[in-house]
Design a protein around this ligand. Structure first.
Ligand code: MN
Ligand code: MN
Length: 452
């Protein structure tokens, strides 16, 4: 552990973390991530696949394209020297994070308080989201086709929001058993408290609606909106030695950022490189913008077609011959919760990228099990570059478990393994990562993209 920090130029590690902190501070929803990734990609010469198709542009080695799916998923490809049917080098991460969403009919008034009714997204410990400053990010789609983007609670002079918790004095379950009684329906957010003048019925709610009208939003517009409640504020350095980052959404934007930096720094690869950033991992990778969507395969098919190889077999070969790192975070060993872990086999913060041969739960249920031949190849690649990595499981057997997007890519017959940074407090509003792991994740992704 000491070795990894001691072998590093600390300044490079810390400088890299600055870019990362800005990325996760400025991009707290899938849509915000897609925009930021697209802007970065365009800066580095990636062009829209849609445009390339329209112009029937021939793609040749070194060309770069990106494709966006419903504004919540984005994929980047750099064409390699080898024909695409010889396979790609793929990085896959997810850009959705646990959070709390507005319900379709969110706004109500009770006891002179205007409240927002919510529905949480992903696996959260509900009590962690109460009594902290929150921000709202999202999009409201109007009937006329226009969109209103919301981002309130991040600037120093913005108001923030809060989901209240019950005081300990009136919480018998808490007093007697230390249990939190908060339920999903309890997670409603306070949004206003001033009544609109000369209004008899729901004057506080009406006042909130008046303020929303200033943003161009009417009450019915919430039906066609996606508004996410996230922790307010920026990611911060953590620890006296500043070795950690404390920030929201590090699962899995830590991997999204290091995949993005890796692919944009990899010019003229031998094999086509790809970085895919998907939505809905936290709820099972389902739906149109999740990893299970046909979008991935269809996009690869479109890209191959523009390289002049338009056969169905070429697409299948390309998928099967590809190698992938499913970039996702894992649980770091936590001295506070020793009993949940198996120390020898769990990831530790500051020890480099944590690879999981398999994830899943119980008897390896739902796991993609990476082949040892593939793992040997990765070891060779990373050792050559002196990259810090560890091979890990997530927690004790039968303690719980979790999935990633690896098995979905594995369905194509490609070699794929999970690898990402270890976090403490995963899925909490503020998650903890180690700066040296972030740095190593970037280096590992770069080495992987040019792997033979
Ligand atoms: Mn994840
Ligand atoms: Mn997760």
């Amino acid at each position: 552990m000491k070795k990894l920090w001691q072998n590093k130029d600390i300044k490079s590690v810390f400088d890299f973390a600055e870019g990362y902190k800005a990325f996760i501070s400025n991009n707290k929803t899938e849509r915000e991530c897609v925009i930021a990734i697209r802007e970065m990609a365009e800066k580095y010469g990636f062009i829209s696949l849609k445009e390339a198709i329209k112009e029937n542009k021939k793609l040749k080695a070194g060309d770069k394209v990106y494709a966006i799916n419903i504004d919540k998923c984005i994929m980047l490809f750099t064409i390699g020297e080898q024909p695409m049917q010889n396979g790609m080098r793929l990085l896959g991460s997810h850009i959705d994070s646990p959070r709390i969403d507005f319900k379709p009919i969110p706004l109500y008034e009770s006891a002179d308080l205007a409240m927002i009714d919510t529905h949480y997204y992903g696996g959260i410990k509900k009590y962690q989201w109460t009594a902290i400053p929150l921000a709202i990010h999202g999009v409201v789609c109007k009937k006329d086709g226009s969109k209103v983007y919301l981002n309130i609670g991040e600037k120093d002079d913005d108001p923030v929001f809060c989901i209240s918790d019950l005081l300990p004095h009136l919480d018998p379950k808490f007093l007697e058993e230390g249990k939190h009684m908060i339920t999903g329906e309890n997670l409603d957010m306070l949004i206003g408290g001033i009544p609109l003048e000369n209004e008899e019925k729901e004057p506080v709610k009406k006042n909130v609606l008046k303020i929303l009208a200033g943003y161009g939003i009417e009450e019915d517009d919430f039906i066609s909106a996606e508004i996410e409640i996230v922790p307010a504020g920026k990611a911060r350095d953590m620890g006296l030695d500043r070795s950690f980052v404390l920030g929201y959404g590090q699962d899995d934007r830590i991997c999204a950022y290091t995949a993005l930096t890796a692919i944009i720094e990899t010019e003229n690869p031998k094999f086509t490189t790809g970085a895919i950033f998907v939505d809905k991992e936290e709820i099972g990778s389902v739906g149109a913008s999740g990893m299970q969507s046909r979008f991935f395969e269809d996009t690869v098919a479109e890209v191959i077609a523009l390289t002049g190889d338009n056969s169905n077999l070429a697409i299948r070969r390309c998928m099967r011959n590809s190698l992938m790192l499913s970039n996702d975070v894992t649980a770091g060993y936590d001295p506070n919760y020793e009993s949940a872990f198996n120390k020898n086999n769990d990831a530790q913060l500051g020890k480099g990228v944590a690879f999981c041969k398999y994830t899943g739960s119980k008897g390896k249920s739902d796991a993609n099990d990476a082949s040892p031949e593939y793992i040997a190849k990765l070891r060779q690649t990373f050792d050559k570059e002196d990259i810090g990595y560890q091979f890990t499981e997530m927690g004790k057997i039968d303690q719980g478990g979790g999935g990633t997007i690896a098995y979905i890519a594995g369905n194509y017959g490609m070699n794929v393994i999970d690898g990402g940074c270890a976090l403490l407090n995963m899925h909490a509003p503020w998650e903890i990562s180690s700066k040296v792991d972030i740095y190593e994740a970037h280096r590992a992704n770069k080495a992987f993209l040019v792997m033979e």
